[in-house]
Every structure is written in structure tokens, then in C-alpha cells.
Ligand binder design. Structure first.
Ligand SMILES: Nc1nc2c(c(=O)[nH]1)N[C@H]1C(S)=C(S)[C@@H](COP(=O)(O)O)O[C@H]1N2
Ligand SMILES: [Mo]
Length: 322
């Protein structure tokens, strides 16, 4: 848990080389790097089911994708969650998601692709090298975390299934397990949980197909065994426990847009200048940081990823396309 602690940063820029080197040294001194960084992928997945802890999943840190902010603790990352399938309280996912069945697991890929099919988790795990990336995450509710995810760009998978000329959007669908997902009885959302991205967003190198966090396989509450992570958008775009990826010509109707279109848009880019109808989005509370009187942090345009993603929205009215 402590091996990710490295010097408190000053800015939120990409890590300078010397800081990165330092971090690599810290990582290398930890037990998980003992095997030379080899990825115990399938075995990691297999080991974890009955353990209260999670099997290691080691990946090469990618120095291009790391932020300087101090990491949110593993404890907060794994106990303060939104996963409405398991209840609305932040503590519910950690309490109840352990019962979710994640073996065997496969993801169906369909729609506007030349190679549709069912991809087993094993195959997904070995499709592309895993990377360790530290991302800033911002929930639409006004809190944020800094999380070391493990995965690879979704583009690796999309390229493999060969999107057709009609492919304009990608829809993501979460599993439904009514026997263990007590939240499915709630009508806040028309289940299953569905999210979506425009094709260029889905292909963007920041968009991560994610299998692990904090050096372990994903805990169930974080969306095991495979989820999406899209760091420049509000957290609800990062759908968990995916069972279907559908490539489409038309913009998919996502769960939150269906639930309240005036409050949650399809794009949902982090934007401090566009209020949620019921609250400001200009500031955020970093989970684990200080107490009640700690000043909030200013929220950054595109959650701090503007250099990398602003061009995707050139010419678009981001007030209309919230
Ligand atoms: N299937 C599903 N995915 C989901 C959610 C959910 O309720 N169900 N909540 C979203 C929201 S609002 C957030 S902020 C993030 C939280 O991810 P974390 O708990 O791993 O930090 O997951 C997103 N993905
Ligand atoms: Mo969220």
C-alpha cells in the first residue's frame, strides 16, 4: 500500500524524468517488482476469488501518463465507491460486490465491426501489454481521487475487431447479476448500466481498458474484472464490470442521459464552467485530503487533460454538449 508514496508534487504536469526515475526506484524496491515486472495475469485472476485481499497485477509504469498529485490511498479507492448495482451508499460496493461472480468472464463485441465475437477474459488480458497509469478522476458529485490504474488503451481492442466505415460510437454495457446486485431493484437507472463514447474518444490513447488498480487485479467494487476508465470525463462515463461493447452508427442512449438528460449529458467532459443544474462544478473535494475546513481544489478543464483532448471538441459548443 505504501510503495506508491513518492515526493509530494508541486504541479499537475507530466512527471519530469528525474522524478519518474525516482518513482521507478521506489517501485523496484517493492516486493511486486521481484519477478522482473512479469505479469502474473491469468494466475492473478484465478487466485483472487476467495481472498479478502487481491492478487497482484504488475505492470510497467508508463511515464507519459502520470500526474504529480499525491495518490488517493488504496483504502479510499477501494471503500469509497459508486457502483449503483450494489446500492447508493459509498460503502455499499465494498460491502456487497464481493458476491459478484467474475469467473468465468467474457465480453461480447458486436455491431459495426468486421470481427464481432465473444472475447474471454484470458484473451483480453493478453491482448496488449499492461501499463500502470496514474489518472486524476473526477466524480460529477464534486469529489475527486488520484488513482493508479492498470490496463491498456481500448484502441488495442477496437483495432483488433476492425470497426467498419459506419462505426461512429461505442456503447459499453455492465453485467447484471440480480441475485447479488441488490441495487438492481432500484429504479434510479434503467438497467443494465450503459455508457458510451464517440469513436475518436474511444480510440484516444488516454481511454483505458482497465483490469487492475494499485498493483492488484480490480477489486469487485472497482468494476472487476474489466472496466473502462476515461479520465477527462466525469466518473460515470467509466463503466464497470463490462460484458458488452457495441460499436454503433448512432449515438447510444446512455443510462444517465436516459435517467436525467437535463443533468447528465452524453459527453460529460469535466468542465468547471458548466454547472450541474443543482451545484457548481468549479471546485472539487479531493478524497482523503484534510478535513471539513480544507479548501476545495479548483476543478480543471477536461480534468487537467486539455492538452491531450481539447482538440477532439474543436468547434463544439461545450455548454450545449455537456
Ligand atoms: N456499472 C457501473 N459503473 C459505474 C458506476 C455505477 O454505478 N455502475 N458508477 C460510476 C461513477 S458515478 C463513478 S464516480 C465511478 C467510480 O469508480 P470507482 O468506484 O472505481 O472509483 O464508476 C462509474 N462506473
Ligand atoms: Mo461519479
Amino acid at each position: 500500500m505504501t510503495r506508491y508514496h513518492y515526493p509530494e508534487p508541486k504541479s499537475s504536469e507530466i512527471t519530469p524524468e528525474h522524478v519518474w526515475t525516482k518513482r521507478r526506484q521506489l517501485l523496484a524496491s517493492g516486493a511486486l517488482m521481484a519477478a522482473g515486472g512479469a505479469l502474473p495475469l491469468a494466475s492473478a485472476m484465478a487466485q483472487r476469488s476467495k481472498s479478502s485481499d487481491w492478487a497482484p497485477l504488475v505492470a510497467k509504469p508508463n511515464p507519459q501518463y502520470v500526474v504529480m498529485d499525491a495518490l488517493t490511498s488504496q483504502k479510499d479507492v477501494t471503500t469509497y465507491n459508486n457502483f449503483y448495482e450494489f446500492g447508493l451508499d459509498k460503502a455499499d460496493p465494498a460491502k456487497y460486490a464481493g458476491a459478484m461472480k467474475i469467473e468465468p468472464w467474457s465480453v461480447e463485441i458486436e455491431g459495426e465491426v468486421a470481427k464481432p465475437g465473444t472475447y474471454g477474459l484470458e484473451e483480453l488480458l493478453s491482448l496488449s501489454p499492461m501499463q500502470d497509469r496514474v489518472y486524476r478522476m473526477r466524480c460529477v458529485e464534486g469529489w475527486s481521487m488520484v488513482i493508479p490504474w492498470i490496463g491498456y488503451p481500448l484502441s488495442a481492442l477496437l483495432n483488433k475487431v476492425e470497426p467498419t466505415g459506419n462505426a461512429k460510437y461505442v456503447e459499453f454495457v455492465t453485467d447484471m447479476q440480480p441475485d447479488v446486485m441488490r441495487g438492481l431493484s432500484s429504479s434510479v437507472i434503467d438497467w443494465p448500466y450503459r455508457e458510451g463514447l464517440r469513436m475518436d474518444e474511444a480510440m484516444h490513447p488516454l481511454t483505458l481498458l482497465t483490469f487492475g488498480v494499485y498493483g492488484t487485479v480490480l477489486p469487485n467494487q472497482n468494476g472487476a474484472p474489466v472496466r473502462l476508465v476515461v479520465p477527462w470525463k466525469y466518473g460515470f462515463k467509466s463503466a464497470k464490470s463490462l460484458v458488452k461493447i457495441r460499436v454503433t452508427e448512432k449515438q447510444p442512449l446512455t443510462s444517465w442521459v436516459a435517467a436525467a438528460a437535463s443533468e447528465y449529458g452524453f459527453y460529460a467532459n469535466v468542465n468547471p464552467e458548466v454547472r450541474h443544474p443543482r451545484w457548481t462544478q468549479a471546485t472539487e473535494r479531493r478524497i482523503g485530503e484534510g478535513g471539513f475546513f480544507t479548501p476545495k481544489r479548483p476543478t480543471l478543464m477536461f480534468n487537467g487533460y486539455a492538452d491531450q483532448v481539447a482538440s477532439l471538441y474543436a468547434g463544439m459548443d461545450l455548454r450545449k454538449n455537456y
